[in-house]
Design a protein around this ligand. Sequence first.
Ligand SMILES: Cc1cc2nc3c(=O)[nH]c(=O)nc-3n(C[C@H](O)[C@H](O)[C@H](O)COP(=O)(O)O)c2cc1C
Length: 440
Amino acid sequence: MPRHMALATLVHPTGYHPASWRHPDARADGSTDIDYYRGLAQLAEKGFFDLFFIADTPAARTSGLQTFARAPLFMNVFEPITLLSAIAGATRHIGLGGTASTSFAEPYNIARQFASLDHISHGRAAWNVVTSANDFAARNFGLDRLPPHAERYARAREFVQVVKGLWDSWEDEAFIRDKEAGLFLDPLKQHPVQHEGAHFRVHGALNIARAPQGHPVIIQAGASDTGKDFAAETAEVVFSSEPTPEAAKHFHDDLKSRMARFGREPGELKVLAGLPVLVADSAQEAEDMHQELQALIHPDVGVGRLAMDLEADLSGLDLDQPIPEDRIPKQANFHKAYFDHITGMIREGLTLRQLYLRYERGNRTLRGTPKDIADTMQAWFEGGACDGFMLLFNLLPRDMEAFIAKVVPELQRRGLMRSAYSGSSLRENLGLARPPHPAR
Ligand SMILES: Cc1cc2nc3c(=O)[nH]c(=O)nc-3n(C[C@H](O)[C@H](O)[C@H](O)COP(=O)(O)O)c2cc1C
């Protein structure tokens, strides 16, 4: 049987590009229109994608509004599980993944919500486990700032352990509903959690039957050493965000080599490489489409993004001059890859405006013809850089429509993608085993 690449897409309402909402074709009010989202999910299902994924943070920004007023990421969006439950009824096959933070909830809440989503969607739920990385969210949950990184991950580890315990608090056939005998459930098939840990005390059982997938699929995207260990121990899908196939292969191999320590096989985890893609009939047309969006980036947004990743104060500078030497820090504190990328461009002598127009956070958008895009995806996949892709579309639905019309058939021709959904659950489509109940 040919090995297919897994395909997911991360959906921000008007697209991944920070200026997408300003494009004439964008549905700027789409972020709170359920019919718009349903249409996007149905489109992704038409392209046989495995997973429709909603990222999240539980906070609107309350400072830095000069930038966030113009690039409104997460400023006006649905809560992911509510949203995915509504999408479930409008789709049949595609996996439905959403983010929920372990820093701002109790395991019981999350276990119950994702078990419910798995039932509602007939086995298509996936939970992206994050520890969150901004203080705006912390301040909504009784904290002044996020707890330190190691502490967040220690809590996350215990959190996932309790959630899995709760997902197993009933055996699969516990609810027998025997009308004749008058027995709705088999008491022997209940296995309450008895947990006393550093962060949680849980003594009880979930009030919903074991999920169709046994456990909803666990996603993770941590990039730190601790994050990678956590993923190696618990994740079944990991989103990587490496800019080159070499770096992606290194990440993939490193992550999978960590799994043996936790008694797991490499095949139990699928690494999906983040890939911003823009397809057009010619390379020039793709480039023009990209530049059209770049030109819509307001200087406050462009300079704000650059300042954040360069860890510098760039206020009050002339846009058409290079950044003065004394504003450029000597080294990075937060994200070395972004910092090095920007300082490299500064050395080429670009002006501030040229810098922000050229700079794309993280990965550079892969743009080109259907053949160009398929060639690159094939090379990454067959070179062992990933098990599939987390596709990012700059402008929705336009760029997803083009990908499905032009790249998907090319990948199918090459035997790299399916032409029909093969399984009835997200696990089956991804080739992940259903976890047996521990009592069996
Ligand atoms: C494709 C992708 C999606 C992500 N989605 C979210 C998200 O929805 N919410 C969030 O707080 N973090 C999200 N993250 C961030 C990661 O979960 C993680 O916090 C980050 O990579 C830093 O990891 P580290 O703390 O292990 O270094 C995402 C990362 C990637 C690559």
